[in-house]
Design a protein around this ligand. Structure first.
Ligand SMILES: [Zn+2]
Length: 269
């Protein structure tokens, strides 16, 4: 006698299950975002599935800035480098052109936070990427202290790269970044921003430093390869929470002949 109601419930549950699969990054898609605690790194996707060539966007860009006004990432089909600065999503295309991202688009991988940095005492003068890392590592010792980092200043040199949008069938990221396009700007004012993350995020995000750049006039930027700060100041925020919209059902790295998957730090988006 209870059979008909049971069948009815199953029939009703089917469309809901399909809906959940279609919106894997549901939290970022929802109109009503989840309230996250302060100092949360909120991210879409996992680096290992991106490395494996899963470049289709899974979360709408329109939802991203609800979870952070600051961060880095990439776009659907890895169509350029993402810079999220002061609540605006910028897209550095494979041509080097910078534009405001179309919020109707999506992302397979992005990491953002609501940036509330603490000023690093003193001015940064004549230091390159390696020296900046030593400076920050001394100020915030301990390999397991996740940080958001912002440096504003004048740069004698900034070298960046971006990648053009990919076509199916997608190649793995290690192959795509071999054909990356590099750019260089001299005597440029702008902002470096990104994260220093611990080794234990491996698989989900990139351990170590991952910085992007955007010039003050919004005409130059990208994934940072190297730089020389002429004069600048840094702000740092310690991150204590991680919120991840998981890439449900996406295949991970196949591994090379030794069975070792590619290392995230070598191939950052
Ligand atoms: Zn990057």
């Amino acid at each position: 006698m209870s059979a008909p109601p049971l069948l009815l419930r199953l029939a009703r549950s089917r469309p809901l299950a399909l809906g959940l699969l279609a919106f894997a990054a549901g939290a970022f898609a929802a109109d009503d975002p989840i309230r996250l605690p302060p100092d949360t790194l909120a991210q879409v996707g996992a680096i290992d599935t991106l490395l494996a060539g899963n470049y289709d966007g899974t979360a709408p860009l329109a939802g991203l800035t609800r979870y952070g006004d600051f961060g880095v990432g990439t776009f659907d089909r890895i169509d350029g480098e993402m810079v999220v600065l002061d609540g605006v999503i910028y897209q550095v295309l494979g041509t080097g052109a910078v534009m405001r991202a179309d919020l109707a688009g999506s992302t397979p991988f992005a990491a953002v936070c609501h940036f509330q940095g603490k000023a690093l005492p003193g001015e940064l003068r004549a230091i390159d990427f390696a020296a900046l890392q030593r400076t920050i590592d001394m100020a915030y010792p301990g390999e397991n202290v996740p940080l958001a980092l912002r440096v504003d200043g004048r740069f004698a040199l900034v070298r960046t790269r971006s990648v053009p949008a990919q076509q199916r069938p997608y190649r793995v990221l290690a192959e795509v970044t071999r054909t990356q396009v590099e750019f260089e700007a001299k005597d440029v004012t702008g902002t470096l921003l990104g994260f220093r993350l611990p080794a234990f995020v491996k698989g989900l995000n990139s351990p170590g430093y991952h910085l992007h750049f955007l010039s003050a006039d919004r005409s130059f930027g990208g994934h940072v390869l190297d730089f020389e700060i002429a004069a600048g100041s840094a702000q740092v925020q310690v991150l204590s929470n991680l919120f991840v919209a998981l890439p449900v059902g996406k295949p991970g790295p196949a591994g090379d002949r030794t069975g070792e998957p590619p290392q995230a730090g070598s191939f950052q988006p």
